[in-house]
Design a protein around this ligand. Structure first.
Ligand SMILES: CC(C)=CCC/C(C)=C/CC/C(C)=C/COP(=O)(O)OP(=O)(O)O
Length: 271
């Protein structure tokens, strides 16, 4: 590539950055969501659609996630949660599970490199789910990532892995019962509150999501954050996950702002 072409590329890259910052400046005049959760759906379909090897879609899916995280942190969204692997995904073909796990381990390791998106933005990483279901190598990588990012405090990235919401709820209810049973004061033994259960949820590390985005046009929650999404706005763009981009984030935030404005109006009308 010649010098002139290089310069042209750099100029359009900088113009893109400036335009995005301007756009985010305007968006920030309204409320910015605290927490956005993503169901990264459609990676295999992306491979099929583009006649690529199956794993390529997931690889490009991680690249799409990195860009989305960058945009979200620039917009000062503090909490991001992603559905990386459900307990049901273990039922896929053994060779697919194996290569997905290998990819996830590799990506976890890349997340904690010095120049990673996580370290550039001071993000603390949590892995959320029944981690004992993971292979040792993936579990150890996840534990290491949680340990080395524990000092980061600007934002939180929760990666749901070996996760389903029903598993999370059953586990939290079980823990609450054990805790209540152990209480000495028998008068409180029989009552379990919402707060008692929430205290034991894997997702206690973040507030409830304001927005849940599921790509590929699907509008099911597929056992993701069922408890926490009681009041979330759902957004399901037709784009497959590797195709997700800035325009989808802007649309999701505008939708959230419109919703907040409606809630405010309703509140005023009630007074
Ligand atoms: C460390 C880290 C966060 C890694 C994430 C890597 C990544 C993008 C994982 C996605 C995994 C997954 C099962 C997505 C759903 O698409 P699908 O396979 O179900 O595709 P389909 O909907 O087209 O069948």
């Amino acid at each position: 590539m010649g010098n002139k072409e290089n310069q042209n590329l750099l100029t359009s890259y900088n113009l893109g950055n400036i335009a995005r910052r301007l756009l985010f400046g305007i968006l920030s005049m309204g409320p910015i969501p605290d927490h956005i959760a993503f169901i990264m759906d459609g990676n295999r379909r992306y491979s099929k659609k583009n006649k690529l090897e199956e794993g390529t879609g997931h690889n490009l899916g991680f690249t799409a996630l990195t860009s989305m995280l960058k945009y979200c942190y620039e917009l000062e969204v503090k909490y991001i949660t992603v559905y990386a692997f459900s307990i049901d995904n273990f039922k896929r073909r053994p060779e697919e599970v194996k290569s997905l796990m290998e990819l996830i381990r590799e990506k976890i390791e890349s997340l904690i490199k010095e120049d990673s998106i996580v370290n550039q933005h001071g993000v603390r990483v949590y892995f959320v789910g029944d981690l004992k279901l993971l292979d040792d190598s993936v579990r150890l990588a996840a534990e290491k990532a949680m340990e080395v990012t524990a000092g980061n405090s600007k934002a939180v990235l929760s990666i749901c892995i070996a996760y389903t919401s029903t598993n999370e709820i059953v586990n939290a209810v079980e823990q609450s019962c054990v805790e209540k049973w152990d209480e000495l004061d028998s008068s409180t033994k029989n009552s379990i509150s919402v707060m008692d259960v929430e205290k034991h949820m894997y997702m206690r590390v973040a507030p409830n999501p304001d927005i849940v985005v599921r790509t590929s046009g699907e509008n099911r929650l597929s056992n993701f954050l069922l408890w926490q999404s009681a009041n979330s706005i759902l957004y399901n763009p037709a784009a497959l996950w590797p195709e997700i981009g800035l325009r989808h984030l802007v649309w999701a935030v505008l939708n959230f702002q419109r919703n907040q404005a409606c809630l405010e109006t309703k509140k005023k009308q009630q007074h």
